[in-house]
Design a protein around this ligand. Structure first.
Ligand code: TXD
Length: 313
């Protein structure tokens, strides 16, 4: 089989982390694309020079030209600016929408057959904009948030119980913001339901920490936001697609009536395989969880309406 091509638009903190992880996993050749001259080229060359130590033959290149996206099997988009002090939510939406618009048009022109994973914040609005602008089918345009949020919750549960991190599975649904919904009954520790191991009160505290986990890292780093775990989460999604793994992953997917939501991107469990989002799984939520989910959808809806207004205007 020909070598697969994975393009990373945005060669910042997350882009660099993904490039290294992709080389380690030998999932395909990597193209780093950024508007800043030298950064994508430098990161690509730096990892190339470390390949002997990793034991990989992955070829990495850096470019400032979107036409180098041509023939990509996967495009992962982290291009954007972070929210800086004094910047309003609308300022951030405006700037990152402009970036997604350019990248979406480039994907449409050069890589219309790719599986596109959007990471740029505000996530639910940016993936919604990407699908509309690129015109790619919704099953090939997804947002990365739930894999990360679920992994964060699983991490906190494992730390609390003193068990191996990779024994814990968790599901966090809804929008990628403070209103995200952590599901108590859906956490399992090597198949043992969490309610048998941890009381609700303790779980609620971990769920609150999960909803604020991004802010916790920003508070520690001061100069940027989380990048290792977001990068690894997006790579997990790319791997599920490239290897047709049929992994059940929580992703921002376009809902078409599922969960009573129509035409919005929201975090739900889906099956990812060679056809992209192969199925949206509709899980049964308790009354309280459904209320929390609907509230989260409302938050997502506001930003989607903003995008609609922008695209009409
Ligand atoms: O769960 C999630 N979805 C997230 C999202 C978790 C963590 C961070 N999340 C968001 O990802 C974050 O709020 C940002 O919007 C993105 C990327 O985060 P990262 O930490 O990688 O940001 P950087 O280091 O600032 O990198 C962004 C790069 C930078 O090199 C810019 O020069 C580049 O994007 N950039 C562009 N590249 C290509 N094309 C255009 N137009 C462009 N504009 C900026």
């Amino acid at each position: 089989m020909a070598r697969r091509k994975i393009s990373l638009v945005g060669a910042g903190q997350i882009g660099g982390t993904m490039a290294l992880a992709l080389a380690q996993k030998q999932l395909g050749d990597v193209v780093l694309v950024d508007v800043v001259e030298g950064i994508p080229q430098g990161k690509a060359l730096d990892i190339m020079e470390g390949r002997l130590s990793i034991g990989t033959s992955t070829v990495l290149t850096g470019t400032n030209d979107y036409s180098d996206l041509a023939g990509s099997d996967v495009v992962i988009v982290t291009a954007g600016v972070p929210r800086k002090p004094g910047m309003t939510r609308d300022d951030l939406l405006n700037i990152n929408f402009g970036i997604i618009e350019k990248v979406g048009q480039a994907i449409s022109a050069s890589a219309p057959n790719a599986f596109v994973i959007v990471v740029t914040n505000p996530l639910d609005a940016m993936v919604y904009a990407m699908q509309k602008i690129s015109g790619l089918p919704a099953e090939r345009v997804v947002g990365m948030a739930g894999v990360l949020d679920s992994s964060r919750l699983a991490c906190f549960v494992a730390m609390e119980l003193g068990v191996a991190a990779d024994d814990v599975q968790a599901v966090v649904m809804g929008g990628h913001g403070p209103s995200m919904v952590s599901l108590y009954d859906f956490v399992s520790v090597s198949g043992i339901p969490l309610p048998q191991l941890m009381n609700r009160e303790t779980f609620d505290a971990l769920s609150k920490r999960t909803a604020m986990a991004g802010d916790e890292i920003v508070g520690l780093l001061k100069t940027g936001s989380a990048f290792y775990s977001p990068g690894l989460s997006a790579v997990k999604m790319a791997e599920a697609y490239l290897l047709d793994k049929k992994n059940v992953l929580t992703c921002a997917a376009l809902l078409n009536g599922q969960y009573g939501v129509n035409g919005l991107y929201c975090g739900v469990p889906v099956i990812i395989g060679a056809n992209g989002v192969e199925k949206i799984i509709e899980v049964k939520l308790s009354g309280e969880e459904k209320v929390a989910f609907d509230k989260s959808v409302e938050a997502v809806k506001g930003n989607a309406e903003w995008v609609d207004g922008k695209m009409k205007g």
